[in-house]
Design a protein around this ligand. Sequence first.
Ligand SMILES: [Ca+2]
Length: 490
Amino acid sequence: MKSIPHIRKILFTLLASFFLISCNFRAAGPAQPAASAIPQSEPTGTMPAVNLATGAATTGPAATGTASPCATSPDGTLRLCFLNLTDGQTIAATPGQPITVSAEASGATVAGISLSTDVGGYAQFVENSKGSDPFRADFSWTPSLGSGAYRLTLETLTADKSESTSVALSATVTGLTSVSPTPSLAPGAVPAAVKDQVVGIYSKLFGINIVTPVIARKFRYGVEDPWISTAYIGNEFYEVEIYPDGHTAAYVNPIFPNTNIDLKNSYFKEPVCRPAGVYSMLVVFLDFGNLSAGKDEILSDLAAATQTVNGEYAAYPSAGSGSAPILQIQTTGVILPVPKEIKGKLISLDQVRAYTGVDPLKFQWLAQVDLDSTSTFRATIPAPNSFGYAFSNCPAVRSQPNIQVTVDAKSELAGQGNRLADTLLSHEVFHLFGYPASHAWPCINSVTQKDAADECVDTTIPALMLGWVDTDGDGIPEILDSTPYGIKNS
Ligand SMILES: [Ca+2]
């Protein structure tokens, strides 16, 4: 699958309503960040869960300019503008100081504003926690590739997700050292200095002493992809990122049922789901009646997709060959002709009960799959080339689906790389586990394995990042290990 990286970066995580969008893209066009092992005919991707790290207040140089670009939503109510940048502007940056990018949404109460860049792995979301209108967000942007050309995209979405809009501009950054986009290291080689830096960040920032950290890096865009380290320890999930230009980022998020959020250092602003165990998912298919797919066929395809991913997940056993898989997903599908009031929207829990007679609260995850050749839902959101979104982490079932996926053609229901296995039951589920909107996780199960995947799916499982691999040599996968990553009991 190829994806449109740049558009992909347009992910959203709406904290107010707990929404973290991730999507699989299906755009044609040149393989941007790289081709993956997925069939090329139907590029998929997941949408970036946008970095929930706060993009608030910055002290760096503010770019200046006039006539900053704006965009308005289709119904004309929602307006989104850059405040301090113009298209084609040159930004004189100072090494070590992030660039302030200011944006404003007005005309409706938005969930927040996201900023993403086409290259460099930047994707941040600023939540409109006070429900302000107009709402201003100030992002702190460090161009990971140093001096050079970037395209910046803002996105916003109303709190009720009824309207969205996005606006983009191009800018040239000067004053920084440029980073070559050509990899200079072997993909599997983790330099000792990188390991030392990662270990130091865990210790200094989080007070934990990891002996054998998981560290890997994908070569999707070249060297701008950061070294990534993840760690699921107790009821906390950590991620450390070291970028080619030397800047670092580190996050901690509670793992549900822990709900104690460190707002300063969190990425998602809500707990992630633990990537282990047996999860139940209610899949509500909204049939727009234009795919010529029968109910039996749809349910059969869901069952087949479920079997497929569970078979792939079973390759990662809990305690050695033949033991129970670390992760399994149980799905229950219901199909209904899409009610008029739900067309292009997310179904509510009450509507699920009313139309299907099934209580979504009896499941851990609720998914909405639009069977719709016209992509009605997708057309209403900022990244219409995406075909899957994750809107939450854990606890999963709240007021709306955790995941929405669009199936645009009957052929996408089955076969290799089908949207149920490839998008719904893997890529979007990974987002619930902490897979970031930047899609920067290497989709591998070994630190020595080369990884060219753009976005992780069931055939490119980010097992190493999910803690499904035993990396400290005691025979227990780290996600199940009481002393993971070589941590010593003391
Ligand atoms: Ca272990």
